[in-house]
Design a protein. Structure first.
Length: 342
């Protein structure tokens, strides 16, 4: 049993390593990591059972393992409630600090929906067994669990794509994505992106910095120009800067910046705010641009709200796949219901 458990762990470890080395820009990075950790947990349980007599002779270690198991179990059981409280508290903080607007209400709306799913939705499941109501209840429940699982894997994959062992990667180009300027002034969120790009530029002496962003409403000049001026003011060498000034969204940021690059397969890094990195990488993958992502920091309470927007953007980007999954399950459940009526 120990050999089997160890073998399964090695398989999932290999799958995770393969995904991260070959193409980490997908939800498979989060899924493979989750499966690897699940197999590791199973392996540790088998090890504990196999060497229980030895552990009994080392009481301190045994109690430490039991305490970790209890903490992990309580966390899993309490996680739904913790998730509700986290989004409720941070949602209130967003409104207090950023003001009342539809975009700033996302965390509170999610907390309300999650509360309803945890405490109200189970009460709804009292319809007569075998009725159409039961079938619809199963479909809605599956859809909610499916979306929450997707969100969890999205967040985990996003985190994994932010982890880098080194900043010096022999990069050829570093693309900093624009985020809107106030007249000609670079706001703090965009400044954080530029400064992250400048830090990477210092670790990659041969790289050039592409500052990407067009001119939108309320902006006195294109974002790329304002970003370049900010970078020069921070000590950047003007000769290492490229300006992309025609884009209006993330996809155009990447596509127009790619057009400025020389070489057949340049080494590219994309810099944006941490919560936006993963979706930018997914868009780059869709375009065929190989790159890695680096994230600048922002306020934690704002990150949760923004993460929900990013996840909504991911769902729009991949909606056909998820419609097929939910539609397939819904069709199967309704088919079973029809068969029971015959």
């Amino acid at each position: 049993m120990l050999q089997v458990s160890f073998g399964i762990f090695l398989v999932f470890l290999g799958v995770f390593a393969g995904v991260m080395l070959r193409e980490p820009r997908s939800l498979w990075s989060g899924v493979s990591f989750f499966l690897m950790m699940l197999s590791l947990g199973a392996l540790l349980l088998v090890v504990t059972a196999t060497y229980s007599q030895w552990l009994a002779a080392h009481e301190g270690l045994l109690w430490a393992l039991l305490a970790l198991a209890v903490v992990a179990g309580l966390f899993v059981l309490a996680f739904p409630l913790l998730l509700f409280l986290l989004f409720l508290i941070e949602g209130v903080r967003v409104v207090r600090h950023e003001g009342l607007s539809p975009g700033n209400l996302l965390s509170l709306v999610f907390a309300g929906l999650w509360f309803g799913f945890l405490f109200v939705w189970p009460v709804v499941g009292v319809w007569e067994k075998g009725s159409l109501g039961t079938a619809l209840y199963i479909i809605v429940s599956f859809s909610a669990v499916y979306m929450l699982s997707l969100m969890a894997m999205y967040a985990l994959s996003a985190l994994l794509n932010l982890l880098h062992l080194r900043k010096g990667r022999r990069l050829d180009y570093i693309v900093v994505l624009g985020a809107g300027v106030d007249g000609d002034r670079v706001p703090p969120l965009l400044a954080g992106r530029i400064e992250k790009g400048l830090a990477l530029l210092g670790h990659n002496p041969q790289a050039r910095l592409i500052l990407s962003g067009g001119q939108g409403p309320g902006e006195d000049l294109p974002e790329g120009e304002a970003m370049a001026a900010y970078a020069i003011g921070k000590g950047a060498e003007p000769g290492r800067l490229l300006r992309e000034t025609g884009s209006a969204n993330t996809e155009e940021n990447l596509r127009f910046s790619w057009a400025l690059m020389e070489g057949k397969a340049p080494r590219v890094a994309v810099v944006t705010t941490a919560y936006h990195v993963f979706r930018a990488l997914l868009i780059a993958k869709k375009l065929g641009l190989r790159c890695v992502g680096f994230g600048s920091k922002t306020k934690w309470y704002f990150t949760l709200n923004a993460l929900l927007r990013e996840f909504a953007g991911y769902i729009r980007l991949t909606r056909r796949r998820h419609i097929r999954v939910v539609g397939g399950v819904a069709g199967f459940v309704l088919l079973l219901w029809l068969l029971t009526r015959l």
